[in-house]
Write a protein that binds this ligand. Sequence first.
Ligand SMILES: C[S@@+](CC[C@H](N)C(=O)[O-])C[C@H]1O[C@@H](n2cnc3c(N)ncnc32)[C@H](O)[C@@H]1O
Length: 208
Amino acid sequence: MNKKSQKIKNRYNRVSKVYDLLEKPMEAMSMSKWRRVLIRKVEGKKVLEVGVGTGKNLLYYPAEIDVTGIDFSKDMLEKARARVKNKKNIHLIEMDAQNMDFEDNSFDTVLTSCVFCSVPDPVEGLKEIRRVCKNNGKIIMLEHMRSKHKVIGKIMDLINFIPLNIWGANINRKTMKNLQKAGFKTKDIKYKNIWTDIVKLIVIRNRK
Ligand SMILES: C[S@@+](CC[C@H](N)C(=O)[O-])C[C@H]1O[C@@H](n2cnc3c(N)ncnc32)[C@H](O)[C@@H]1O
């Protein structure tokens, strides 16, 4: 793992102790509702969740779905393990999304929520998702990104160093562009703006 990735991983290890507390206002606003919406969109029985964090989505998967969750922060994963300790259908593995150990075409659905703000090389991570998801499989993402609004986008660039240094998240990622750089075709990407043009629910049909 390179230095940049190690740095972000360390930041998540550090913030893991207070992550759920910091995120509480988001959950209260509408994040927990959106988590359920994401899971309802899952197709097939084999699902990969990338960047599971403390496992906030994991409780919503039905028992008949086999879920593999990965994260490169062992301390975030530890919290997730405690959360799902009685769930036999959930398997948690410490793994880097930029270099996954899975074979090509392993999963029916790949899901992420608030992850591609942090993956150090987002295009590499997205390429890996494309690879491990089956042909015609589904990719579901809830991600925040840089606004296209001239002034707001600039402000996001200016203050990006704050969340980046505290816990490792960028607020100015160009995730829609990154999806194309990773090889996804525009016609296969559907999205809905959830909060202005910053938070998007993205659904991709993985046509290879
Ligand atoms: C903001 S948290 C979101 C956690 C969770 N998905 C949620 O909705 O609460 C981002 C997570 O992505 C993980 N992450 C970032 N880059 C990663 C990578 N390259 N490989 C695996 N996990 C990564 C971080 O460790 C962190 O747990």
